[in-house]
Ligand binder design. Structure first.
Ligand SMILES: *Cc1c(COP(=O)(O)O)cnc(C)c1O
Length: 467
């Protein structure tokens, strides 16, 4: 499969055609208005059949290929030593080079194994940015999660190519400082999901690798989007222009000592993941936990068919034709969003766009959640589901509900599922967004009427503030 080039400035043709379709619901504005009120302005509580274009996440939502479905039919459901495991193991081994490969049901299970074995009270993980579930697993194990993003990441409008990098000067200072002996591992998230889906350069990864190896600190990749990171390296880092994404990915894995992988992203699978490790003693301890909590080490909580579909997905995902088409798809959506008059975190990556809701809705203060207000209006206008990444997610209040801290930025994320939507869907998003922008000054802020003690973005109830 190689990509089909189109005339200058036009997106490439998708390197696949559609063989199976699933109807999506089309609803009326009145139905959507009623649905919003019913779910208390929390889009996590919508039924999927109330959503026309679902951009909540790119996790587990990609379309399977015919080859993946066929591989699934070859699944061997033996409890131990299945053919599926050996195919999965060999594929992952060849890609990553790690000595020990443990399948898990999804990425956070690999994170839990790592955090439970490497961390404990007083121990620290350092990262470009910890992903939420890793941060939660670090906290559950009694450790600390320190983020060291590069300074360029702070400027949302900057078009610096590698805003996902770790700040290597601060990394070196921490490793060689008084806290250095508490550092249990450095986790590099590629691409940096919590940091706007921005990529990490191979130069940054190489320097991080040598800082870690000189000091005997393990470097682990949070590799959920390893192929998308590799693609952006081939496009943005001069030294790697002539490399294939697969070559970059192989090299990246070999600069680290292990990886935690969610195959729901760049495995293009509905479920699955793995932990890869070189350290035999560490792998042995993780394997014991795996058996106790996930499953026998040749299935790790997955069905044989899942292992085969992930293995096939991992071979498809580094195809340059696929990656170019995905990059073009997201670039097209970025253009649609900009044309509607909404700023995004620049430059656009591959898996999602982050809309600057704070700038679009200056009349809504952070503690009235401009990102969530925009999410609700976009749903009302077009049945589009997105997710707030602002002060509903990261802000805090005192016991009387008065705002204490707000998020650094008020963002709204549009995630791009793999091989799932077409440019017709993106044009629909553009039209709904244009209507939203036209009446932006009329969009009301929201207040929380009920919230749980933890992870409130999932379970809060809200209501519009009527002036
Ligand atoms: C999704 C994700 C995870 C967690 O993976 P799950 O499969 O959802 O458990 C970890 N890290 C990153 C960067 C992710 O995007």
């Amino acid at each position: 499969m190689s990509h089909v080039a189109c005339p200058e400035g036009k997106p490439t043709v998708e390197p696949y055609r559609i063989k199976v379709v699933e109807p999506i619901p089309v609803t009326t504005r009145e139905q959507r208005q009623a649905a919003l009120a019913r779910v208390h302005y929390n889009l996590f509580d919508l039924r999927a059949d109330e959503v026309t274009v679902d951009l909540l996440t790119d996790s587990g939502t990609g379309a399977l290929s015919a080859a993946q479905l066929a591989a699934g039919m070859e699944g061997d459901e033996s409890y131990a030593g299945s053919r599926s495991f050996h195919r999965f193991h060999d594929t992952v081994r060849e890609l990553t080079g790690y000595a020990h490969i443990l399948p898990v049901h999804q990425g956070r299970a690999a994170e839990r194994l790592l955090a439970s074995t490497l961390l404990g009270p007083g121990k620290i993980f350092l990262s470009n940015t910890h992903f939420d579930t890793l941060r939660a697993n670090v906290a559950l194990s009694g450790g600390e999660a320190w983020d060291l993003p590069c300074p360029e990441a702070r400027d949302l409008d900057s078009t610096e190519p590698f805003k996902g990098n770790i700040d290597t000067a601060r990394l070196k200072a921490v490793l060689d400082g008084p806290e250095g002996s508490r550092v249990a591992a450095v986790i590099m998230t590629v691409t940096n999901n919590g940091g706007g889906g921005q990529p990490v350069s191979m130069a940054n990864l190489t320097l991080t690798s040598s800082l870690c190896r000189e000091r005997g600190v393990p470097l682990i990749l949070d590799a959920a989007r390893f192929a998308e990171n590799a693609w952006l390296v081939t496009q943005r880092e001069a030294t790697f222009r002539d490399h294939s994404p697969r070559q970059v990915a192989e090299e990246a894995f070999r600069l680290a000592d292990g990886c935690a992988m969610s195959a729901k992203k760049d495995g293009i699978a509905h479920i699955g993941g793995f932990l890869g490790l070189n350290d035999t003693e560490l792998a042995r301890r993780c394997e014991l936990l795996l058996i106790a909590t996930e499953g026998f080490p040749t299935y790790g909580g997955l069905a044989g068919r899942d292992l085969d579909m992930v293995a096939q997905g991992l071979t498809e995902v580094t195809d340059p034709g696929y990656l170019r088409s995905r990059a073009d798809d997201t670039a097209y959506l970025a253009q649609v969003v900009r044309s509607a008059g909404v700023d995004i975190v620049e430059p656009p990556g591959l898996h999602a766009l982050y809309l600057n809701a704070g700038r679009l809705l200056p009349h809504i203060p952070p503690h009235q959640f401009p990102g969530q207000a925009l999410a609700c209006r976009l749903y009302l206008e077009g049945g589009i589901r997105s997710v707030e990444l602002g002060s509903l997610y990261l802000g805090t209040e005192d016991e009387h509900g008065n705002p204490l801290t707000s998020a650094p930025y008020e963002l709204l994320r549009l995630a791009v599922p793999r091989r799932t939507y077409t440019r017709g869907h993106w044009d629909h998003v553009g039209q709904a967004l244009a209507r939203t922008v036209r009446d932006a000054h009329l969009i009301p802020g929201l207040r929380i009427t009920e919230q749980p003690a933890l992870l409130r973005q999932f379970r809060s109830k809200l209501a519009p503030i009527v002036q």
